[in-house]
Design a protein around this ligand. Structure first.
Ligand code: IPD
Ligand code: CA
Ligand code: CA
Ligand code: CA
Length: 261
């Protein structure tokens, strides 16, 4: 698969930041950690990875805008294009030595994501997609699963933690979904949840109260893998509402009904 120049820039940046994170992950007990909110942590590893990503991405495309979790927002000279970056998605897993976290990089053009990279550096799984060019994991083209029976399907979500306000909705969702399906998973990295739906590892995923950087890259990876993705309320804009619902095409309607009703 030969991607565009921008996709190659994104993949190169993800690999470089990935090396920094893998190194920090080996010595996780020595990281300085602080809390941004009740259950929201940030460490030296998040900051170092974001610095590398900014140098690589803005170095290569200095006119683009920038939105990243730890470093805020800059409007670029080119108001139509923007990098959207989560340098370490799954910080809580990372800080516990759990190898399930990723780097998420999206390129937005005129308000739509046109390319996305989600890199699981611990497992060396590079998920990526570009508008019209399909979705990939390393050298392999990926597609959403074909399962269409709820009873055979597994779904992932993000369970709320301290400081998050979506507990009542999530409990209601779970009470309806759990008896209807083969299982619900909570892995702890939204970008990988989206990539896993794209790769057909589970049939669907939903979560509330996410940020644009958690979702942006995964949106196009799911779409290019043949999946459907919307905000929980389909009228809302997926990148800004923070509520996401996605699944393979065959089960989408049934799954969406359980969550939305
Ligand atoms: C978090 C993860 C997690 C989700 C949280 C996010 P972070 O991102 O994606 O799965 O449930 O809402 O904030 O803070 O580790 O980048
Ligand atoms: Ca965070
Ligand atoms: Ca995140
Ligand atoms: Ca993060």
């Amino acid at each position: 698969m030969i991607g565009s120049a921008n996709l190659n820039i994104m993949i190169k940046a993800a690999r470089k930041a990935g090396r920094s994170l893998v190194k920090d992950f080996r010595e996780v007990e020595n990281l300085q950690v602080s809390r941004k909110g009740a259950g929201d942590f940030v460490s030296k590893a998040d900051i170092a990875a974001e610095k590398i990503l900014k140098e690589e991405l803005m170095g290569a495309r200095p006119t683009y805008g920038w939105l990243a979790e730890e470093g805020g927002e800059d409007e670029g000279a080119d108001p139509t294009r923007r990098w959207i970056v989560d340098p370490l998605d799954g910080t809580t897993n990372f800080l516990h030595g759990l190898p399930h976290w990723a780097i998420s990089i999206a390129l937005e053009h005129k308000g739509k994501v046109v390319a996305g990279v989600v890199y699981d550096a611990a497992k060396d799984e590079m998920f990526f997609a570009e508008k019209g060019a399909g979705a990939w994991m390393n050298d392999t083209r990926i597609r959403v699963s074909g399962r269409h029976r709820m009873i055979e399907s597994i779904f992932a979500t993000g369970l709320p933690f301290a400081g998050r306000s979506d507990l009542p909705e999530t409990l209601k969702d779970l009470a309806r979904l759990m008896p209807a399906c083969a299982g619900v998973r909570r892995w702890g990295a939204a970008s990988l949840d989206l990539a896993y739906v794209a790769a057909g590892r589970y049939e669907g995923y939903w979560e509330r109260r996410l940020n644009t950087w958690d979702l942006a890259a995964g949106v196009i990876i799911v779409q290019e893998a043949g999946g459907l993705i919307e905000a929980v309320n389909p009228e809302d804009d997926i990148l800004t509402s923070g509520d996401v619902l996605c699944a393979n095409e065959s089960i989408y309607e049934t799954f969406a009904k359980v969550i939305r009703d």
